[in-house]
Design a binder for this molecule. Structure first.
Ligand code: DGP
Length: 116
């Protein structure tokens, strides 16, 4: 799908909307989810304009690895390093509502399996 640069995460990246940022580097930022589903709920997003996980090319492999590494770092720093979950929703049928790639990092409560 075409990337819509008016999506809310693109606006956060441009500083047009504020967010509680917990990590920033040259490739990504991480900030608290405004509708937290757990005591710790952080979103890690690339600075690059990518709408959905399943649409990236092989050139994004290093970036995808970096996002997961940051997710683990954030979990550790947030005090949930022993038990946390990462989630990437792809497509509306899987619950994606913002079409800028993001990794959810959730923890701080029991996390049931299988997920809904
Ligand atoms: P998903 O459903 O996987 O596309 O997740 C999108 C998440 O983004 C959802 O948990 C709520 C969060 N969200 C939506 N708008 C904002 C916002 O303006 N600020 C922040 N911090 N989070 C937002």
């Amino acid at each position: 799908m075409a990337y819509d640069d008016q999506n809310v995460f693109a606006r956060i990246l441009r500083g047009e909307i504020s967010a509680a940022i917990v990590h920033e580097d040259e490739h990504c930022i991480a900030f608290r989810d405004v509708q937290p589903q757990a005591p710790v709920h952080v979103l890690v997003i690339p600075r690059a304009a990518i709408a959905k996980l399943g649409e990236v090319g092989p050139d994004a492999k290093e970036l995808l690895g970096h996002l997961l590494w940051v997710a683990g770092e954030v979990a550790r720093r947030e005090g949930i390093g022993d038990a946390f979950r990462t989630v990437i929703n792809h497509g509306t049928g899987a619950g994606q509502s913002v079409f800028h790639l993001h990794v959810h990092v959730l923890g701080g409560r029991p996390l049931a399996w299988p997920p809904g």
